[in-house]
Design a protein around this ligand. Structure first.
Ligand code: FE2
Ligand code: FE2
Ligand code: FE2
Length: 428
């Protein structure tokens, strides 16, 4: 019997936090730098271990609600964007994941100033969100083009001004106690920060199984699909299609679990692609297409950097590879593309061409059949998998459409919830 893989939780959270920030040099590593500052502050305040864990994981995901590249870049400056929007969206996304839902309130309030609170600083939600607020400010004040120790005195001076209004004086005290160490600042901007957090983060000794990885993959499925209303059920469709086809193929139960995780993550690299390209009506230029083609590279890079997920990474990230070597980004050939990846490629194409997009209608069965037959004739796809799709076409199509309709309703409900919360802010 196959054994379930175990994945290091620290590594999983760090890698998934990082992919959200690859986007642009100005925000690169923003979340885990913020998590580092927040963790150091929580330790300096002698917060209980479970509070430290919550603060660290909430900080790693605190800007998850700034879903598009454009939103993230706007946020990183101190422009007049309303910070409550991404904070509330992040909270709504997190609250549905059983395991991460306790972080939801901290994320919701990570831009709420101390003067607006009517709860004491000892309240773990107030304390956690205040720590992240200050850590986030410090991180955004760092000028990445200047030597860190030449700017730290100025940052400290500016942060002092926030005491009593933006942050509670106790939160400032925690920060000042770590800010006097040069080592703190040097670690903050060091390229070894990732490995430092990997070995010293609060979850460094915790291993989780596939079921927990699956829960987190659902968060990322929604994050990817919420990026654009035009493809709001795409990942759900691909994932459902791939699992059902893998089942028809005769894969074992544990492999179906892996296939679902791979399906949920298959386009995680799209978080790096600006929406101005993803949602562009009409044809893409060559330059824009080159940027789109990065996405599976980032899917692969993110999943393999977690460790223990190599097979899932291949199933997820090879979905644009072709058996004749003409795919991207690895240009693999038939001997390097396994069955799981071949199933994912067929599931992705089937779902994409059967979906309606703003500039075209989804194809009918006949049109879909022609596309697949041409690709089989060109030796791009595996004939066995394509036959499997058409031998079970009605049941696969019905299943995918049903699950996509559920995903679309879920998406619309989540947005209603989000707008309702925002209107009634500060209530959550
Ligand atoms: Fe934020
Ligand atoms: Fe932030
Ligand atoms: Fe893709």
């Amino acid at each position: 019997m196959k054994k379930e893989l175990l994945v290091n939780l620290n590594n999983l959270l760090l890698s998934l936090s990082e992919v959200v920030d690859y986007i642009n040099p100005s925000v690169d590593q923003h979340q885990y730098r913020t998590a580092y500052i927040a963790l150091e502050m929580a330790k300096a305040c002698r917060a209980d271990m479970d509070i430290q864990e919550k603060i660290f994981s909430a900080a790693l995901l605190h800007d998850i609600g700034a879903i598009t590249v454009e939103e993230k870049i706007d946020l990183h400056g101190f422009e007049s964007v309303d910070p409550q929007v991404h904070a509330m969206k992040g909270a709504v996304l997190l609250e549905q994941v059983p395991w991460l839902s306790p972080l939801s309130e901290i994320v919701a309030y990570h831009h709420r100033e101390w003067k607006d609170w009517d709860r004491p600083i000892q309240d773990p939600i107030v304390f956690g969100s205040q720590v992240i607020l200050l850590a986030d400010c410090v991180e955004r004040m760092v000028d990445r083009s200047k030597y860190i120790l030449h700017q730290s005195p100025h940052i400290i001076q500016e942060i002092r001004k926030l005491s009593g209004t933006v942050v509670h004086p106790e939160i400032l005290r925690c920060f000042l106690s770590i800010a006097e160490r040069e080592e703190f600042w040097l670690d903050l901007v060091s390229s070894r920060l990732y490995s430092l957090l990997l070995s010293n983060g609060p979850f460094s000794n915790i291993q989780i199984g596939l079921d927990d990885v699956a829960l987190i993959s659902v968060l990322y499925k929604d994050l990817i699909d919420f990026k654009s209303r035009f493809t709001a059920a795409h990942t759900s469709g691909v994932s459902e299609c791939a699992v059902l086809m893998a089942d028809y193929f005769g894969m074992a139960e544990i492999d179906l679990k892996s296939m679902r995780i791979a399906g949920n993550f298959h386009d995680v690299g799209k978080l790096v692609i600006p929406n101005s390209i993803l949602e562009k009506p009409g044809r893409l230029t060559k330059e824009e297409y080159d940027i789109i083609r990065c996405h599976t590279y980032y899917t692969y890079y993110t999943l393999t950097s977690i460790g223990g997920l190599q097979r899932i990474a291949e199933w997820a990230a090879y979905h644009h590879e072709k058996l004749d070597g003409s795919g991207y980004p690895f240009h693999l050939g038939r001997h390097e593309i396994g069955t799981g990846s071949r199933i994912m490629a067929v599931a992705d194409i089937f779902t994409a061409i059967s979906e309606d997009r703003p500039y075209r209608q989804g194809m009918d069965k006949n049109g879909i059949y022609q596309v697949f037959r041409t690709m089989v004739a060109e030796e791009a796809l595996d004939k066995r998998i394509v036959d499997l799709l058409f031998d079970n076409y009605e049941s696969i199509n019905d299943h995918v459409k049903e699950k996509q309709a559920i995903a679309l309703t879920f998406y619309q409900n989540k947005f209603q919830t989000f707008h309702h919360r925002l209107k009634n802010y500060p209530g959550i």
